[in-house]
Design a protein around this ligand. Structure first.
Ligand SMILES: [Zn+2]
Ligand SMILES: [Zn+2]
Length: 139
């Protein structure tokens, strides 16, 4: 499936050919911190299947295990774009939050459930406005 990614300010964009069966939601604490959200969804893809336009800023995070992961983001607007291994860039994990087709790409699995937000399962049952807080509730 062809996907189209774009950061919020538009300086960086990408297209990629991905396998929807490789979409995963990660609940690790690093993904929570980087994304500002309760989890982060990504799709793993061979780097040669990705066309990147624009120059991402990179931050290398080192896990407790010593594993170093490159985090690519837009240096202007901060949108998360991809992650890859420091010493082997043959596979990219593209961040679904900036992908136009994300609504059609449900995760097929989840990792790091031990740090998943305990309130996530209850979220669908809480009041949900269709737009801002003054708007109609979802039926
Ligand atoms: Zn940007
Ligand atoms: Zn994670």
């Amino acid at each position: 499936m062809k996907i189209h990614g774009r950061c919020h300010c538009g300086q960086i964009a990408f297209t990629a050919l991905i396998d929807p069966q490789r979409v995963v939601a990660c609940h690790c604490t690093d993904c929570q911190t980087f994304s500002g959200g309760p989890f982060r969804a990504s799709v793993a893809v061979a780097a040669d299947q990705v066309q990147m336009q624009g120059q991402a800023t990179e931050y290398v995070k080192t896990a407790d295990s010593g594993n170093a992961r490159v985090q690519g983001f837009c240096g202007t607007c901060g949108t998360h774009l991809y992650a890859t291994a420091l010493n082997d860039r043959s596979t990219l994990g593209l961040r679904l939050g900036c992908v136009a087709e994300r609504a059609q790409l449900p995760p097929v699995g989840q990792v790091w459930g031990q740090s998943a937000m305990p309130w996530l399962p209850e979220l669908p049952a809480t009041p949900c406005h269709l737009q801002g807080p003054a708007s109609r509730l979802r039926g």
